[in-house]
Design a protein around this ligand. Sequence first.
Ligand code: F6R
Length: 609
Amino acid sequence: MCGIIGVVQKNEKALGEKMGIIIRDSLKRLEYRGYDSVGYAIIDRNGRLVIRKAKGKIDDLLKRLEFERFDGLVGVGHTRWATHGPPSDLNAHPHTDCSRCIAIVHNGVIRNYQELRDELASRGHMISSDTDTELIAHLIEDYLREGFEMIDALRMIMRKIDGSYAFLVISCRETDKIYFAKKISPLIIGLGEGFNLISSDIPGLIKYSRKIIAIEDGELGYISPEKIYIENIYGERIDPLSRVKIIDWTIEQIERGGYPHYMLKEIYEQSIAVRNTLASVAEQIRDVINILLSDRDIFITGAGTSYHAALVMDYALKYYLGARSTAFISSEISLYKKIFDKKSVLIAISQSGETIDTLNALRTAKERGALIISLTNSVDSAISRESHYKLYIRAGPEIGVAATKTFTSQVTFLLYLVSELLREQDPDTGSLIKKELEESPELINRYIKKIDKESESLASILKDSRNIYVLGRDISLPVSMEGALKIKEISYIHAEAYPAGESKHGPIALVEKDFPVAFTSLGFEHNHVMVSNIEEMKARGAFIIAVAPYSDERIHRLADYSFLMPSMKTMAASILYVIPYQLLAYHLAVKRGFDPDKPRNLAKTVTVE
Ligand code: F6R
């Protein structure tokens, strides 16, 4: 996701560098988060708001952005990772109001974007970018014009906007303050002598401060060179000094948010990623609902993890809607080539949006007249550019090579789409899926530490194993497939997913004493026969691992190692039930001495056939 930095100082010597250089260096330290555009705003010594911004990487833009030219007492900077609107000079932050007196930088996604945009346009605001961020600047402008103070304006805006955000605001009318507001997206203040900083992330401010205050959800306030003011959305003041923490991590540790690896950080970030996906899905899918409900043949494709997300959607379409959908691995396109025609719709799923196999599948289907809907994480990728409808999971950049948070965000998005497709046919089930999706971020937060501990101790037991089966039925199968993929690619233990019922038709031949066999059961699928499949494996001496609802005593009684998962009623459970496998893969890799962030022979983006 985007990186933000704000700096406010008593005089131009307080930090020992020009404001532009301080901002440039902070943005450099936020680069690891992934970005496509850069920008900053400084109020110079004449009280003039200077803005420089462009699409591209900082090092390539040094001349154009003139960081070294500008100094001042207050400034904000931003690295943008596109969500609303493609990467472009215009969409780069900061954004301003009509009077160009207010500048804002933002990390997050505003859910009621369209509604706000229409409202502001009807009041005559000139909205110049495609971003959700710019709307906040115009909302502030309106409140200030009505005579409200900035802090009151922000409090009212927080009640008006729906979604996730951490934003910084500077104004040419108050040149000694940076205002802020936060919900879900991170925001941290760094304290200094004669200056203060505020950033999305500790690396952004670590050069100048190791004394930090983490802003909590629903809080707003301002920083000035000598003061920190924080209040909550109800206007209650918060004592900032009670929150001060000293950071003693290395820069490397800080970039990984204190986690030893990006993969672990990203696994833990899943509650935020799923929330961000949910924040924008409804608005994005409006146009595709009717297409999917019309009499078209639905195909869903992807590679690796994205294929597993495609399978989850395919199962959901068949199970809940009785749809005749087809999920296929994108490199297997030649098998389906002749089936595509003008009545087909292809949903192409890809985290990177650049996977050549998926791009080829898309092109083949398109040539034969199919309508293309893409679901990617990266905005304006090759796959999204070539699609008729572009959808985004908005999970934030994923740095670990193994897909983790992007899988759960893909599943969240696709199941939400299915819940909307059920609106006419079975609204109760549709609402139940949606409810469980909305509950997922909180469930992830509640369960993740426990699952982490249990996965780590299971990894100690399994670390010398050479094989693992991961078995499931119905919707548990794609979850098992994703689990097995994580284990094999990160820990290099041969892990094979199989339909549990099919395991007796071959795979069982390999099973001997202590052969690890994991069973996934989401609890509501047709799993009554799963118990027999477990018994069959147990009779051959297998070491049984169960990932199943805590209430499913029959399964847990047979298991040698149990993950007691929350009971859920819909396929939304696949989000939570994949986490034990992600964490098991991670701990197996670490215990076996491998770097989980960089598995051998694998690349994050695969652009070869
Ligand atoms: C698995 C993994 C890969 C990708 C696959 C597709 O952890 O990362 O299997 O899922 O290469 O990549 P995207 O989704 O970018 O098309």
